[in-house]
Design a protein around this ligand. Structure first.
Ligand code: FES
Length: 94
């Protein structure tokens, strides 16, 4: 109950754009990578266009409203560990 890391991770929601522009840039693989490595409690959902086409694949983390652009599948574990678990934004791909 007083485990802060767990409670903050469990309230996160990761949205991965699966609309055309992002899909062309590999969003399906990014979504799959998130689904494969996401932490218990955090949710991962596919979403429609996030209005940032061309910078994709776009990922939005709620409720922090943190955006990641041009996310590559190999960067997903880093986002999961640093952001979802440690609560630190991954500046490189913000
Ligand atoms: S298609 Fe992904 S942000 Fe528009």
């Amino acid at each position: 109950m007083s485990n802060k890391t767990q409670s903050s991770a469990s309230s996160k929601c990761v949205r991965v754009c699966q609309n055309r522009a992002c899909k062309k840039q590999g969003a399906a693989k990014v979504l799959a990578a998130f689904k494969a490595s996401v932490v218990p409690g955090a949710t991962v959902t596919a979403t429609g266009c996030l209005g940032q086409c061309g910078n994709g694949p776009m990922v939005l983390v709620l409720p922090d409203r943190v955006w990641y652009s041009g996310v590559r599948p190999h960067e997903v574990p880093m986002v999961v560990e640093q952001h979802l678990l440690d609560g630190q934004e991954v500046k490189k791909i913000l």
